[in-house]
Design a protein around this ligand. Structure first.
Ligand code: ARG
Length: 553
């Protein structure tokens, strides 16, 4: 049985009739205090009318013999588990489907809005974080049993389409138009946007006219726009296939466009929006969130309005318990504003969560459109593959292996950092075979696979934990389901990455100090079982980060 349940049971036996569902057992901060600890006796003492230490002693009496308890200080419970308990728990974890990840999310639905690039532009290095972090959160939630709707909120509507349509008609050759690629769209956009800056304003007006035609549903412009979007999605999907990312839907901004007048009408009806200098605004100054414009003075709607329409539509179509948005942290004010307005509009049954991430620099240099150092995502992935191939080719590794290692390295370099922090991408660090890197963990997995192959056995599913390094690894492996839950609760894949790195380090010290193949049979079997469980945990965990685990490197 789960240790938390044992301890909760002891609280219930000691003080009947109270609710102890919040009682928590956590790994001890220092092994000298035992294996685990529980500090809840201090918290409930008042409720049960005892001094904290006496409350702790009473719980301790009710814990049973598999767990050794010491009451320390004012009433901490320090728990030391028996080798038998550990062996039984490990066997249960090894036998559990999906490495024991609890199905907390069964019957619950969430929408995750991530990647969301702008159409008609090639994806670049700035798109990595939203895509990779979003995808890991998506996988983690699915593993917990949630029904996830992965929604790519494409930037597929707006003034840029007038510029694009004009550019497509006038700045491309017939051949380029016939073989339209995103690169060509990007090219004609740049040319057309430059001409729109000309002083006479003729080109700019023409772009504007194309935009108006599009907005009014002109069939020709609408067909062009559709073509641009299709080509863009096709191109994005090529990148997503490399990265192992899949969306359930691509409802971009255009999808919500027809709903915007309705949203504004509702805001007016509810008395939430008011006129200000010709625009319509929602005043959020009481919450210190400034003012959000929901309709501009020229009648156009903006990002806030679009996201409000989007919430309304998602609630209606999916009725999710949560919507999770993964974007860079420069959008924090936008999300705070529109979450606040959504709550005022009555969308309180859905939890809106913004997962902001910090900027990424590349090899110590800021990435900026102006500096022209926006590396295309495709180039970056090709480079990752090329560099990984140089590493694996010596051992006969092929292209597929180079992709697994190269792309895995790129993802892990991002996911191993708290999303909230700014990060620097560095090739040497990402591809290092030692240290906290994707390749290091992939090698650890391949090594354990080859050990099991050499042994011709993955143990017999029984465990015996004797030495300190075995025990540390065992306790750590038992924490895997908890690490997945914590990563989801915090919306931080880095929690899981940290856990996996620590686990690999503990495995390495266990491996160095514990003979396996040469041990006598029962020890050998138990250790092989531990190695196999480590392999499963590592493979499952890396899988949740979207990182492949080749068996041979
Ligand atoms: N397209 C936006 C960007 O490139 C991100 C959209 C995020 N999702 C949302 N519902 N606002 O920054």
């Amino acid at each position: 049985m789960d240790l938390t349940e044992i301890v909760r049971g002891a609280f219930e036996k000691a003080f009947q009739g109270e609710d102890f569902s919040n009682v928590k057992v956590v790994p001890a901060t220092d092994p000298k205090f035992g294996d685990y600890q529980c500090n809840d006796a201090l918290k409930v003492a008042k409720k049960v009318g005892l001094k904290p230490r006496d409350a702790a002693l009473k719980v301790a009496e009710n814990i049973g013999s598999a767990i050794k308890v010491e009451v320390a200080g004012p009433g901490f419970l320090n728990l030391t588990v028996s080798p038998e308990w550990l062996a039984a728990e490990l066997a249960a974890l090894a036998a559990a489907p999906g490495c024991g990840i609890p199905q907390n999310g069964a019957g619950r639905r969430v929408v995750i809005d991530y990647s969301s690039p702008n159409a008609a532009k090639q994806m670049h290095i700035g798109h990595i974080r939203s895509t990779v972090i979003g995808c890991a959160i998506d996988r983690i939630f699915r593993a917990l049993g949630y029904e996830v709707i992965a929604d790519n909120h494409l930037g597929d509507w707006g003034t840029q389409f007038g510029i694009l349509i004009k550019g497509y008609r006038e700045c491309l050759t017939q051949e380029e138009r016939d073989n339209l690629t995103v690169a060509n769209l990007e090219k004609c956009y740049v040319l057309s946007a430059a001409k729109a800056k000309e002083e006479d304003g003729v080109w700019k007006d023409a772009c504007r006219a194309e935009l108006v035609k599009l907005q009014q549903g002109d069939p020709e412009n609408l067909a062009l726009w559709k073509k641009f979007i299709e080509i863009s999605i096709g191109e994005f999907e090529r990148m997503y296939a490399k990265l192992g990312v899949k969306f359930d839907t691509y409802r971009g901004e255009s999808y919500y466009n027809p709903m915007m007048p309705g949203v504004v009408a509702k805001l007016l009806d509810m008395g939430l929006a008011k006129e200000s200098e010709g625009a319509l605004i929602v005043d959020l100054s009481e919450e210190k969130l400034g003012v959000a414009i929901v309709r501009k003075s020229d009648g156009g709607y903006n990002y806030t309005t679009s996201d409000l329409a989007c919430v309304e539509s998602r609630v209606k179509d999916y009725d999710p318990e949560r919507i999770i948005y993964v974007t860079d942290d420069r959008q924090q004010l936008h999300f705070k504003q529109f979450f606040s307005i959504a709550a005022k509009m009555g969308y309180t049954g859905v939890k809106l969560v913004h997962v902001p991430f910090g900027l990424m620099s590349f090899q110590g240099k800021a990435i900026s459109t102006r500096e022209g150092n926006l590396i295309r995502l495709e180039e970056l992935l090709a480079e990752a593959k090329r560099r990984a191939l140089a590493i694996v080719a010596e051992r006969g590794g092929d292209e597929a292996l180079a992709e697994a290692i190269g792309y895995g390295a790129v993802k892990y370099a991002d996911l191993s950092h708290d999303p909230a922090t700014a990060i620097d991408f560095n090739w040497d660090k990402a591809l290092a075979l030692e240290g906290n890197s994707g390749p290091y963990l992939q090698y650890a997995y391949a090594r354990v696979c080859s050990l099991l192959e050499k042994a011709g056995s993955s143990g017999d599913g029984t465990f015996a934990v004797a030495t300190p390094s075995e025990k540390r690894l065992a306790l750590q492996l038992l924490e895997f389901p908890g690490a997945v839950v914590r990563a989801a609760e915090a919306y931080k894949p880095s929690v899981l990455a940290d856990y996996l790195f620590q686990t690999a380090q503990l495995y390495s010290s266990f491996y160095q100090s514990s003979p396996i193949l040469k041990s006598e049979e029962s020890v050998r079997n138990a250790r092989l079982s531990l190695c196999a469980l480590f392999g499963e945990v590592l493979k499952t965990g890396l899988g949740l980060l979207g990182i492949e685990t080749p068996r041979h490197i």
